[in-house]
Design a protein around this ligand. Structure first.
Ligand SMILES: *Cc1c(COP(=O)(O)O)cnc(C)c1O
Length: 374
């Protein structure tokens, strides 16, 4: 194996899952879309189920298929809208689509009928994200339509929250408004004699800040991977305390150590010049591995032997450089935490470049092997 790999701490992931199960007392659906936010879907899915999750969620049909091919037998929700040509695979792999409209429900029913199978689906209601889902007003008639298409079974009803991770007053009010709309749609369904099945709405922000969004099942993603976007982690709220642990660490090794004289530059663009004679380590992690080039010239420190050392100069495609200082006793081939481990985590890296940890972990490229640690 090469020097650069993503260490995936499975027991931390399991602890995060157990903490959500314990906090909410609800069923947990583990989102493992985008290869489990870059952590590796089959391994993470297995760990989620071991830790008490009751179902999985994928975005793409191909992601659901990969889970089945790897022997995962739990229910798999399909969060994104598939194409009609993907319906045979949905049936073949027993995926559970979220349905936003009657036309697609009809297409699903026709194919399920022809295949001679029953197909559980969840009704998706748009209460204010402005993405997938029917309007709250349409929900009872769409639910009735689904119930009327005999191979379909209305197994659940869902919505998705737009600003649940924000503690800002206006955002909290918006989330409450979304939940009121959702509640009204559920009431209307029930008073027409329709059973909504498993009701779910909470993403990570919902789990952390909005207990009233928990319903029958929660779907936190980023929280299970160890990042709290709300600032509520570790604080006692009405709901309890939760301290997620980051699951991914980007690890590499020093491949070369060089002496750099005062005034000499390092890397493309010459944005860094040595302020004094110093020793520089070359590490083989670059933007092609998913270490973002935007961190160049910002404040970032990697971890080596429990100490922090500044990243210097531009991040290249395959490499970047670290200033070890003039008197370092660090040697060639030593281990380096690029983020996570004894470096700051992916959440801090994201904050430094104005993005979110989701994008950091999802972007760790396929050439970086995932190494699973218990
Ligand atoms: C991705 C996703 C989630 C999980 O979101 P997080 O912000 O990672 O908690 C939940 N529900 C849906 C529909 C999603 O697409």
């Amino acid at each position: 194996m090469g020097a650069t790999r993503a260490l995936i701490h499975l027991e931390r992931f399991r602890r995060n899952v157990r903490a959500v199960v314990h906090l909410t007392g609800r069923r947990v659906c583990a989102p493992v879309k985008a290869d489990a936010y870059g952590h590796g879907a089959p391994e993470i899915a297995r760990a989620a189920l071991e830790a008490g999750a009751s179902c999985l969620a994928a975005a793409l049909v191909s992601e659901g298929a990969k889970l089945r091919e790897n022997g995962l037998d739990a229910p798999i929700l399909l969060l994104s809208q598939p194409l009609p040509c993907e319906i045979p695979e949905i049936l073949h792999y027993r995926l559970c689509p979220l349905v936003s409209d009657g036309d697609f429900a009809f297409e699903l029913a026709r194919a399920a009928e022809a295949a001679g199978v029953r197909l559980p689906v969840h009704l998706k209601i748009d209460t204010g994200l402005g993405r997938l889902g029917c309007s709250p007003e349409e929900a009872p008639s769409l639910a009735a339509r689904i119930e009327g298409l005999s191979p379909l079974e209305l197994a659940g009803t869902a919505t998705h929250l737009a600003v649940s991770d924000s503690a800002d007053r206006e955002d909290r009010a918006y989330t409450e408004e979304q939940l009121v709309r959702f509640g009204k749609a559920l009431d209307a369904m029930r008073s027409s004699g329709l059973d909504p099945g498993i009701v779910h709405a909470a993403n990570s922000g919902g789990v952390m800040l909005h207990p009233e969004s928990w319903f029958d099942m929660v779907r936190p993603g980023i929280l299970l991977y160890g990042y709290d976007m709300t600032g509520a982690a570790g604080k006692t709220s009405g709901a309890g305390v939760l301290c997620p642990e980051p699951v991914m660490e980007l690890r590499t090794r020093i491949v070369l150590i060089r002496n750099v004289k005062k005034g000499e530059s390092v890397s493309y663009g010459r944005i860094w010049r040595a302020p004094r004679d110093t020793v520089v380590a070359v590490i083989p992690a670059g933007y092609a591995d998913g270490f973002p080039r935007l961190i160049s010239g910002k404040n970032w420190e990697v971890g080596i032997r429990g100490r922090r050392y500044p990243l210097i100069g531009r991040v290249c495609m395959d490499q970047c450089m670290v200033d070890l200082g003039p008197d370092s006793n660090i040697s060639r081939w030593e281990e380096v935490s690029v983020f996570g481990g004894n470096a700051p985590d992916a959440g801090e890296l994201a904050a430094e470049i104005g993005t979110i940890p989701y994008e950091i972990t999802c972007n760790i490229s396929s050439r970086v092997p995932r190494v699973y640690i218990e």
